[in-house]
Design a protein. Structure first.
Length: 168
């Protein structure tokens, strides 16, 4: 039994490392390409929004994914409750950012930041949909599936960003 657990843990660490390094590598390459395609001002617009995205991700998770992972006898009711809670929080945060986008743009003195914020913050909704699924994959120690999903998401979102930046 301990050999099996050791083998599963080793595979989990391997796939978790693959995910971390490959996604960060892809994001690094995409950021270099984006920095070449965009003006420093355009690149800075998105950079200003990262604080909003980071805070919103913390609020969406709210520790519930860790609670799901640690809970011994989790039920579908637990999973559903956390899932719907995350969706409601994600939608509420997006609505809040959507409403306050013009004020954020005025604060920075950049009118175009309002539209950029409204589009970039759509990612909050998508992230809220994935919290429970990621927690359940972690419970099953299925880091291989997580790595594949993260890698595919990084490539698709990166390519979409590059295409949009290239087309203006």
């Amino acid at each position: 039994m301990s050999y099996s657990l050791k083998q599963v843990a080793t595979k989990g660490i391997f796939w978790s490392s693959i995910e971390r390094f490959s996604v960060q590598g892809i994001q690094f390459v995409i950021m270099i390409i984006m920095a070449r395609l965009l003006t420093p001002e355009d690149y800075g617009l998105v950079g200003m929004l990262t604080i909003f995205l980071a805070v919103s991700q913390s609020l969406i998770d709210s520790g519930f994914s860790q609670a799901l992972i640690r809970k011994q006898n989790r039920t579908e009711v637990d999973n559903s409750t956390v899932f719907y809670f995350n969706i409601v929080v994600g939608l509420a945060l997006y609505l809040l950012f959507y409403i306050f986008a013009p004020w954020v743009a005025d604060f920075y003195g950049l009118p175009e930041l309002s539209l950029v914020m409204r589009v970039v913050c759509l990612g909050i909704i998508f992230n809220s949909l994935a919290v429970v699924q990621r927690a359940l994959l972690t419970v099953r120690i299925d880091f291989k599936t997580q790595a594949k999903a993260s890698l595919i998401a990084a490539v698709i979102s990166g390519m979409a960003g590059i295409i949009l930046a290239y087309t203006g």
